[in-house]
Design a binder for this molecule. Structure first.
Ligand SMILES: C[S@@+](CC[C@H](N)C(=O)[O-])C[C@H]1O[C@@H](n2cnc3c(N)ncnc32)[C@H](O)[C@@H]1O
Length: 290
């Protein structure tokens, strides 16, 4: 038996849903109470050992590109904002860092000027850099990310601003369960492989009510965007390092504005418009067709 996120505990029979896709409970198929009582009973002890064995095997297995992306961002959560703030390995000297700050101001003002309102969903929200701005526009803001680790920073950021949002672990590829007025993704489209862009934009369209708005901000290719010890990206793949030396290879596509505009129109959006800052960012807006 392998990992299950939804199961009835093999000992007490209670239904249980894991919080993440690597929780020991999902490998042992025991609820947390029964895991906690494993010392008391041979069957529980056996299931716990089996769970540890299966989780170890899963951790050693080669990762899919989606899993590599997920694991990378979970591990990076505590140092993610260094990239925005040009700290440590992301500082590229006074001149480049000033250009970055100017581009960041442009992107932020662009987002602030977007006519987003009503219920807004933010996919792959990460540490919530854009979330206070979105929360100030939304009647209700929903933050989703596949990893809990960055969402905890997003929660703290919103609390610090005296703002609120519904924050949940959710795969950006999961089918929408409702339609909303606004959808935002920051630095996520560049992690959508080329072959899956049409599918992802169609999913964005399904998130929106007719007339609803999609907005996104993403990366342009610039050698000074990434950390000083990252090799140049090749073939839509980037090698990324963390402060502790861990290395990951992730999908990172540097889209051209025209290709995104064409893909948005093909996916059921109207008035798709993608612009750029001088060096580092692209910004896109599109309205869901009726
Ligand atoms: C580049 S970060 C962007 C974070 C944030 N939107 C921003 O603008 O800073 C990418 C985020 O995607 C999340 N992620 C990776 N795979 C995902 C998936 N399949 N579904 C949802 N989020 C995912 C990561 O945990 C990470 O927080």
């Amino acid at each position: 038996m392998s990992f299950q996120s939804d199961f009835n505990c093999l000992w007490c029979g209670r239904p249980y849903r894991t919080r993440t896709d690597s929780d020991l409970e999902g490998y042992a198929l025991l609820c947390p109470d029964c895991v906690g009582r494993a010392g008391e009973n041979e069957f529980l002890r056996f299931r716990l050992k089996e769970g540890l064995r299966l989780r170890g095997e899963a951790e050693r297995a080669p990762r899919t590109p989606d899993k590599e992306l997920q694991v990378y961002y979970a591990a990076r959560a505590g140092e993610y904002d260094d990239w925005f703030l040009r700290k440590g390995r992301y500082s590229r000297g006074a001149i480049a860092d000033t250009a970055w700050a100017a581009d960041m101001d442009t992107a932020t003002l662009w987002l602030d000027a977007q006519p987003l309102s009503g219920e807004i969903v933010e996919l792959a929200a990460g540490t919530g850099w854009w979330s206070p701005l979105l929360a100030s526009k939304a009647s209700t803001l929903w933050l989703y990310d596949i990893n809990e680790e960055p969402l905890e920073f997003a929660r703290q950021r919103l609390v610090a601003h005296g703002l609120a949002a519904h924050i949940h672990v959710r795969d950006a590829w999961a089918e929408p369960d409702r339609q909303v007025e606004g959808l935002f993704c920051g630095f996520w489209l560049s992690h959508v492989p080329r072959a899956r862009l049409a599918d992802f934009l169609a999913l964005c369209r399904r998130w929106l009510k007719p007339g609803g708005r999609l907005a996104f901000i993403d990366s342009r290719r610039d050698r000074e965007s990434s950390a000083i010890d990252h090799p140049p990206p090749e073939n839509d793949l980037s090698v990324r390092k963390l402060d502790d030396g861990q290395t990951f290879t992730i999908v990172k596509v540097y889209w051209q504005p025209e290709e995104l505009e064409a893909a948005l129109l093909a996916a059921g959006f109207t008035s798709a418009r993608v612009t750029t800052t001088p060096r580092f960012f692209l910004m896109g807006e599109a309205v869901a067709a009726a």
